[in-house]
Write a protein of this length. Structure first.
Length: 134
């Protein structure tokens, strides 16, 4: 649980720096879900899963991620950040849960594979390769 609290703090620092927040917005629930307090710029709900489910084991699952300003690079920037964090904390996959048309297209652009038509996953090593090609 201590490592998850460190992960929460890293995500909090990232969002505070990227979106110029002055105080902490991120919290970790008892069932290992990272959420952000209601605010005007970002909506985040991230599941931490070490065991296999419909997603591979050792997966950070984005259940909800949205930004007030769309199509300006926030999503790609966050996935790049999450890739580094996943590697640091021993996660081997990143998933996107219940993707709509926009997030499904975004996932495919980054190389995520479809698990069942609405859920996507990718190995962190594949994201590292993708971002090193840019």
């Amino acid at each position: 649980m201590i490592r998850y609290e460190e992960l929460r703090a890293d995500i909090d620092c990232y969002l505070m720096e990227r979106f110029k927040y002055r105080k902490s917005l991120i919290r970790l629930t008892v069932d290992n879900i990272i959420t952000i307090r209601k605010n005007s710029r970002v909506d985040l709900y991230l599941r931490i899963r070490k065991v296999k489910s419909k997603f591979p084991p050792d997966c950070l699952i984005i259940a909800r991620l949205s930004f007030t300003k769309e199509r300006v690079g926030h999503g790609t920037h966050f996935i790049r950040f999450l890739t580094k964090v996943a590697r640091k904390y021993g996660f081997y996959h990143i998933g996107i849960e219940c993707a709509n048309a926009k997030s499904g297209a975004f996932a495919k652009k980054l190389g995520f594979y479809s698990i069942d038509g609405e859920n996507y996953a990718i190995a962190v090593t594949n994201l590292i390769a993708y971002f090193s090609m840019e």
